[in-house]
Design a protein around this ligand. Structure first.
Ligand code: MG
Length: 410
């Protein structure tokens, strides 16, 4: 008798710490009010500021097979995970119950087509679909007794462990160099280097452009020869200023400039990529393979940064990596403030693709407020790498009693 999907649940969970304290930002992350100081560029003031939840939250997906085997996924969906929760409970769950859980990509296709002709091919739809997809891959791995990266055909040679009893390890970078003053940031950078990181990313674009460039130059100089500096401008520059800004960063030895422009401005991205040798990275905003195909055909990115929990999950993430490989473009995993399935899925997909570069690791100086305790499966950090725990599926054994403290009642 073949196994069938018995139940599909979507659980909202909330972190145990204040978000601003964790990421080292000073609230409020809101557009400036009239009369407040201008931000990066007068023309763009406040236009590109994301809304963040006051309390970090995410959405877990739990799929149980009729033999009792459980798979876990995550549909991150900040700052309103209730939207993805409704999609999963009202639209996806009734279609999934009774289906063969091993047919992961066929199920992905079925769910994607439910809303395709209504234009829902990005955003919350793809976040909800990602949550289900991750849970199905985890469940499939547990049913077949294999880690997800093996089901995907990995590991590629770069991630292959030295001996058969070890697990693959993935290079990662410290994301965010926290501090209000330059001295604090230089101190954080030194701590990352002492932890073994060889790359770290600083966030700019929320203040004066010249101040951004001086910060980048000071940090790049301080860590030169020991670690690479990546710069994320959060889409805050414009076509006029991005090229000279990128040239200054290139001269400072920056390894990549991420999201210098608003994500829709592909012509400006292509002009910027053509004008500088500094690699231009983007892609945390794109949610499906067609968007990445368009971006790469137009020469609008040198490195792509899909988020596995936003871009349709492991199934679509692999297709996106394949599209990028057609253009000789590497991919890096965007991993936001989220929890285990998100991070583990990025790592499993990384070792099963030929063109992976680096995984993001949000502020490793602070404990992740969403990282509920696991019985097994936490990836081990050492020397700028995360090592996957052995074990089938995504490798997690969830302590449901510990998890219950994080679950938001609905
Ligand atoms: Mg970014």
């Amino acid at each position: 008798m073949t196994t069938k999907i018995a139940t599909v649940e979507a659980l909202r969970i909330a972190g145990v710490r204040d978000y601003a304290e964790w990421v080292g930002l000073r609230p409020p992350q809101m557009p400036p009010r009239p009369g407040q100081a201008a931000r990066a560029l007068d023309a763009n003031s406040g236009r590109h500021v994301c809304a963040y939840p006051a309390q970090p939250d995410t959405l877990l997906v739990k799929i149980t097979a009729d033999d009792g085997t459980v798979g876990w996924g995550e549909a991150h969906s900040p700052p309103v995970p209730r939207v993805s929760q409704a999609l999963i409970e009202d639209l996806f769950a009734p279609l999934l119950v009774g289906q063969d859980p091993l047919a992961v990509e066929a199920l992905w296709d079925m769910l994607y087509h439910t809303m395709r002709l209504r234009g829902h091919s990005t955003g919350f739809m793809m976040e909800a679909l990602a949550g289900v997809d991750l849970a199905l891959w985890d469940l499939k791995g547990k049913l077949l007794g294999q880690p997800v990266y093996r089901l995907l055909g990995g590991p590629y040679a770069s991630y292959r462990p030295a001996s058969a009893d070890e697990s693959p390890r993935v290079p990662c970078y410290a994301s965010g160099v926290p501090g209000a003053m330059l001295e604090e940031r230089l101190d954080a950078a030194e701590r990352f280097i002492a932890m073994g990181f060889t790359a770290m990313k600083v966030s700019v674009g929320r203040g004066d452009l010249e101040e951004d460039l001086r910060l980048v130059e000071a940090l790049a100089e301080a860590i030169a020869g020991r670690a690479d500096l990546l710069v994320d401008a959060h889409g805050c520059y414009d076509a006029r200023t991005a090229i000279p800004a990128a040239r200054r960063m290139e001269a400072a030895g920056v390894r990549w400039l991420e999201d210098p422009l608003p994500p829709e401005e592909l012509d400006a991205y292509a002009a910027l990529c053509a004008a500088v040798d500094l690699p231009i990275a983007s892609g945390e905003t794109e949610c499906n393979r067609w968007q990445f195909l368009e971006k790469l055909r137009r020469g609008a990115s040198d490195i792509i940064l899909p988020d596995i929990c936003r871009a349709g999950g492991i199934s679509e993430g692999r297709r996106i990596a394949d599209v990028a490989d057609l253009f000789g473009v590497p991919w890096c995993a965007h991993v936001s403030i989220s929890t285990w399935p998100h991070r583990l899925a990025a790592l499993h997909l990384a070792v099963a693709t030929p063109n992976f570069l680096l995984c993001e690791l949000p502020n490793p100086l602070r404990e992740n407020p969403l990282a509920f305790p696991l019985v097994e499966g936490e990836p081990a950090y050492a020397d700028g790498h995360l090592t996957l725990a052995p074990g089938p599926g995504l490798g997690m054994v969830v302590d449901e009693e510990a998890l219950a403290e994080y679950v938001v009642a609905t």
